[in-house]
Design a protein around this ligand. Structure first.
Ligand code: NI
Length: 176
């Protein structure tokens, strides 16, 4: 079976606000297919992360795929990692604010505080457990995607709505 581009739900769709359920069997063909589809959908949309609720699936699955961007030129290039049933076990006390966007919130960026360092426990797509430390941009992506599994989007995390801006204004900031 080949992977399929799925449509990405937009802000306002109640499925984005559900709490996702744990995956019982990562080996199930439907789960493996969903992971492939999520990676394809994310890459087609030029994203660095995606979570299953964004394609209407009520499951604790997310993809993390950092690469250097205009805003984060130092970001590491990492092949897409599927994280199943992820849990943030520990958050560092240092918070950093930076701009985020989301495939489900087109045209908007927000200045979001996140922990600079996190420890995450998850199952990979083979069902193998991992516990790893992530920092900076990758830690930000993981916190953003974990939020999707709890029914949150990044606009819920800004300290003030004054720190929500349009994509067009965001690009002006980048070249300023
Ligand atoms: Ni998102």
């Amino acid at each position: 079976m080949s992977d399929i581009n799925r449509s990405i739900l937009q802000l306002g769709n109640p499925k984005l606000r559900q709490i996702a359920q744990p995956v019982e069997n990562p080996h199930h063909p439907d789960i493996q297919q969903l992971i492939d589809d999520l990676i394809t959908t994310m890459e087609n949309a030029n994203g660095v992360g995606i979570a299953a609720p964004q394609v209407g699936m009520d499951l604790q699955i997310m993809i993390v795929a950092s690469r250097p961007t205009l805003r984060y030129p130092q970001a590491p290039k990492i092949d897409p990692i599927a994280m199943i049933n992820p849990q943030i076990m520990r958050q560092g006390t240092e918070q950093m604010k930076d701009w985020e966007g989301c495939l489900s919130v087109p045209g908007i960026r927000g200045y979001v505080p996140r922990a600079q360092e996190i420890t995450v426990a998850y199952l990979d797509r083979l069902g193998i457990p991992h516990q790893q430390i992530f920092t900076d941009f990758v830690a930000r992506i993981i916190q953003h995607e974990c939020d999707h599994l709890q029914g949150y989007v990044f606009i819920d995390r800004v300290e003030t709505t004054r720190e929500l801006i349009t994509e067009e204004e965001y690009h002006k900031l980048l070249v300023a």
